[in-house]
Design a protein around this ligand. Structure first.
Ligand SMILES: [Zn+2]
Ligand SMILES: [Zn+2]
Length: 265
C-alpha cells in the first residue's frame, strides 16, 4: 500500500507540534503526496489543557494555510480543517468553523466539556464500563451530527482495556461506534500516532495505545470505511517508522484501507 495522502496534520500553533504550513507542504510534496489536509487542534473556551491553539491565534492559522495553499496549489491538493471534540452545546461553533475550513475531524479526548482528568473524564483514563459506553455514545452522536469528515483515533478510549474481547462494555462501545460509522458513512481513522506513543503493558498484555486489533477487525466486519493517517506533529511524521508499522499491522490484521477522503464542501 502506497501512502499518498494525509488528512491529519498539525501546526506549531497548538503548542505541542512543530512546523508551519509550508514546512508540512514541502515535505508532503517531497514524499510525492497527492493530498494533504491540515487539522490542527481547534481552540476551545472550556477545555484548558494547553493542547490546542489559542482562540486569538485562529486567524494566524487560517492565514498561514491560505498563503501556503496559494503558493503550492499546482503541486498538491490541500485542505483546511480542524481536529475538535464534539459537545452538542457547541453546534454553532462547528457551523462557524465550517464556513472557514473544508472539514472537521472528530478528536474526542474528554467525556465532558471540561479538562478534569481525575474522574475518568480524560480518554486515557477510561476504565469503568459505563464510561466506555458513554464515550461511545458521544462519538455516535458526533458521527450522526454531520459535522465530521472522519473520526480520528476512534479506538483511543480503549487504552486501559488490555483484553477488549473479554470486556462486554468495551465490546458494546466498539459496536456502537462501528455501527454508526458504517451506517452514516463516516470513516474511521487508523492513527499512526498511537504507535509513536509506544506500548502499554497491562495484565500480561502488550499493545499500542492505539490502533487496536479488536476494534479494527470489528470495523472491517461491519463494513466501515477505514482511512490511514499519520497524525503528524512534525513534518518528519508525514512518513516515518510509525507508518511502516501501521502498514504492517493493517496487513497482519486484514484491514482494508480506503484513502482518499472525499472532503465535503
Ligand atoms: Zn496533538
Ligand atoms: Zn491529532
Amino acid at each position: 500500500m502506497e501512502i499518498k495522502t494525509n488528512y491529519h496534520t498539525h501546526h506549531k500553533l497548538c503548542k505541542h507540534a512543530e512546523g508551519t504550513a509550508e514546512d508540512y507542504v514541502k515535505k508532503a510534496i517531497e514524499l510525492g503526496f497527492e493530498e494533504l489536509g491540515f487539522s490542527d487542534h481547534a481552540p476551545s473556551t472550556t477545555l484548558k489543557d494547553n493542547a490546542r491553539m489559542d482562540i486569538e491565534d485562529l486567524p494566524l492559522y487560517l492565514e498561514d494555510l491560505e498563503r501556503t495553499f496559494k503558493k503550492y496549489k499546482d503541486d498538491i491538493a490541500l485542505y483546511k480543517g480542524f481536529e475538535i471534540e464534539y459537545y452538542p452545546e457547541n453546534r454553532q461553533f462547528y457551523e462557524q468553523l465550517l464556513k472557514e475550513v473544508d472539514y472537521l475531524a472528530l478528536g474526542q479526548h474528554f467525556l465532558k466539556n471540561s479538562t478534569e482528568k481525575f474522574d475518568e473524564n480524560y480518554v486515557f483514563r477510561l476504565r469503568k464500563g459505563e464510561n466506555l459506553i458513554a464515550y461511545a455514545k458521544i462519538v455516535r452522536e458526533a458521527i450522526y451530527s454531520g459535522f465530521f469528515a472522519f473520526v480520528a483515533h476512534p479506538d483511543i478510549f480503549l487504552s486501559q482495556i488490555p483484553a477488549i474481547e473479554d470486556c462486554p462494555a468495551a465490546l458494546e462501545a466498539v459496536r456502537i461506534i462501528t455501527k454508526a460509522s458504517a451506517d452514516a458513512g463516516v470513516p474511521l481513522e487508523f492513527n499512526a500516532n498511537g504507535i509513536r506513543r509506544g506500548k502499554v503493558e497491562k495484565a500480561g498484555k502488550t499493545y499500542y495505545h492505539y490502533p487496536r486489533k479488536a476494534f479494527f477487525q470489528a470495523a472491517e466486519k461491519e463494513g466501515c470505511r477505514i482511512i490511514l493517517n499519520s497524525d503528524a506533529h512534525s513534518p518528519g511524521d508525514l512518513y516515518d517508522y510509525a507508518l511502516d508499522e501501521a502498514k504492517r499491522l493493517i496487513d497482519e490484521w486484514g484491514i482494508t484501507i480506503q484513502n482518499k477522503l472525499v472532503i465535503k464542501p
